[in-house]
Structures are given as C-alpha cells and as structure tokens.
Ligand binder design. Structure first.
Ligand code: AHM
Ligand code: MG
Length: 335
C-alpha cells in the first residue's frame, strides 16, 4: 500500500508483488532509472553555472541540434541500465539505432527493453525552464538467448509493463506506473532520497487548461482549429486557460494535477506532428490512462497503434478524459 513519506526504495520493495512479473527484475530496473535520474538531475541543476550547456555540435536523427546535456543524459541512462543485468536492449530518441545488450555472460538472458527520451524539451535548458526524462519498458518478444531485434522495440503501447517520467522542475519528481495506478515521488536533494509525495495520481475528469503551440494555428487541421475556438468561447466554464511550456513532461504533469489537455497535432508543415510514438507518446499515454485520463492521435487510442519504425512521429492528444473526447469529436466532425 502506498503511504505518504514512504521512500521510493521502500515503495518499490513493498509493491514488488503487484508487478506483473515479480521476479524483482522490474524493481531493479526502476531502481536504476531512479539512480540515473539523480545523476542527471545534479547536472541539470548546474546547467546555468558551468560550461556544459550549449550545442554539442552534433545533430540527431531528426536533424535537430543536440545540446550537451542531452548527450550527457543519454549516456548516463544508457550506462546505468547497461551495467545491470536486467535490460537486453535500449532505444533512445538520441540514437539512430537501438542498442543490443548481451549481458555479462554474453548470453542475452535479460528480459526487458527500455525506450527513452533522455532529456525532453531540451530547448528549455538555456532559459532555466523545466525539462524531463521519459521512459517506457517492455518485455522482449524474441526468445531469450538471442540478440534483441527491432521487433522487440516495435510493440504497441498496450504491451508496456512500466512507463514514467522525471521532471526536473522547481522540485525534481519521478512519476511512474507499472499498470497499477500512477505514483509520484519528489526528490529531497539534501539527502538524495525520493519520497512518495503524490500517491495515486489522477487526471481530473475534465479541466480548464489547453496546451498547444498556437503559433502554428494556421497550419492545423480544421478539427483542431475548431476545438481551439471552442476552448476560447465565452460559454459555460469557458474560455479555458492557455498554458504551454513547450516541455511535454511539464505540460502533462501540470495538466494531470490541475486538469487539462495537451495537443501536438499534425500540421501542413509536419504530416505526423512532432512527437515520437515510442519515446514520448506511448509512455505518456500509459501514464495518462493509468491516471484515469486519455491519449489518442485525434481518432484512435495511441496505445493500440502498431509502430512501424523506431523514430515514428504521431499526432498527440492527451489529458483529462472528457477534454480529449471533446477534441476527438471536433476532429471527427471537421469538414
Ligand atoms: P524534443 O524531444 O526535441 O525536446 O521535442 C519535444 C518537445 C516537447 O517536449 C514539447 O512539447 C514540444 O517539443 C514543443 O515543440 P514546439 O516548440 O514545436 O511547440
Ligand atoms: Mg523529446
């Protein structure tokens, strides 16, 4: 049972039996993410102080400039996960190809693959605004004893066994689910311990916040334009409040606590939107659904989409259930 002031370590041990496969491996995996997140947090907090921010001069597969902290976070998470005998493969938004981990005995006996966005919203680093880490965990589908293949990573989101995010904000929080609700832990930086601060997180059924980059309005599909006008109309409890940080983790985190919807639609400039199905949308969708919210591409459930490629993008509507349903209604009825 969750109780306030429980440390994340205690929570993991006490809830181990509720995990779908209770051999302890998933607990160890969450533990290593917790550890890597602490290391990354330490570095992120120093971003304004030392010469670590700024472009590292490399370009990732999406053609975006990488900043040093992205590279750092990517390396730390990969290192921490690789050094433990749990994970057989890692796919990261920052790497073109997935990584195969054969394990100490080189016999490919580890069961889980991790997919992650090590530092999301990195354009916010230079201006001291919150960024986050997003992760998603699946059991491999290819036989133990063989190297992982792309098939292990291209599973629909409904096969996730765990997902979570870390938000490096005014406080650093780790929020995750193993399919039994969503719990949030806040880091006490003085002693390096996460405490259960947000047990059983729930999206309010409806809310009054809409989060979308309205600068792209002219390029949005008609259904999204109509929904935005609906949010702005002076009727019932509207107009809603517009809040957009441009950092997916922070925008979703706020909306989960206060009630709201996040939308990154397709546009005439980008036919599938911007966000990645595997590293961003699926884990956020799992968390949203576990918290009583909803996630769709505007028409269908995100977690039922069968991925076709590692860096696939998808339109994303996520948040309070009634708000997502309303937005879907506008999408369906748009001319
Ligand atoms: P990133 O993975 O390159 O950081 O991009 C993802 C981020 C999200 O966190 C955020 O919601 C979105 O991009 C903002 O994009 P835009 O500036 O187009 O609104
Ligand atoms: Mg990202």
């Amino acid at each position: 049972m969750a109780r306030k002031n429980q440390t994340l370590g205690e929570f993991i041990i006490e809830n181990q039996s509720a995990f779908p496969y209770s051999s302890g491996e998933l607990s160890r995996l969450i533990n290593s993410i917790r550890l890597a997140a602490k290391v990354v947090n330490h570095e992120v907090n120093k971003a304004g102080l030392v010469d670590i921010i700024g472009a590292a001069g490399e370009t990732n597969i999406q053609g975006e400039e990488q900043q040093k902290l992205d590279v750092y976070a990517n390396e730390k998470f990969i290192q921490t996960l690789t050094n433990r005998e749990i994970v057989c493969g890692i796919a990261s938004e920052e790497n073109d190809e997935f990584i195969t981990i054969q394990g100490q005995n080189k016999d490919h006996q580890n069961k889980y693959v991790v997919l992650m966005d090590p530092l999301d919203g990195s354009s916010n680093i230079d201006v001291n605004v919150s960024v986050g880490t997003i992760f998603s965990v699946y059991r491999r589908v290819t036989p133990l004893g063989t190297p992982v293949t792309e098939e292990d990573f291209l599973q629909p989101g409904n096969q996730q066994v765990a997902a979570g995010y870390v938000v490096y904000g005014t406080s650093t929080m780790l929020v995750y689910t193993t399919g039994h609700g969503v719990n949030g832990f806040t880091l006490n930086p003085a002693i390096g311990t996460y405490y259960l601060s947000h047990p059983n997180m729930q999206f309010p059924d409806s809310g009054r916040i809409y989060s979308i980059n309205e600068g792209n309005y002219n390029h949005f599909p008609q259904g999204v334009k109509d929904y935005i006008k609906y949010c702005q109309a002076e009727e019932e409890d509207r107009p809603y409040t517009s809040r957009y940080i441009g950092s997916l983790v922070s925008d979703i985190h706020r909306n989960m606590i206060k009630g709201g919807i996040y939308i990154y639609p397709k546009s005439s400039k980008s036919s599938n939107g911007k966000l990645r199905l595997l590293y961003e949308c699926n884990p956020m969708a799992f968390i949203a659904e576990q918290a009583g919210g909803k996630a769709s591409d505007g028409f269908q459930r995100i977690m039922d989409i069968k991925p076709t490629e590692l860096h696939q993008r998808i339109p994303f509507f996520c948040g309070s259930k009634k708000m997502v349903e309303k937005a879907e209604e506008f999408m369906k009825n748009a001319p």
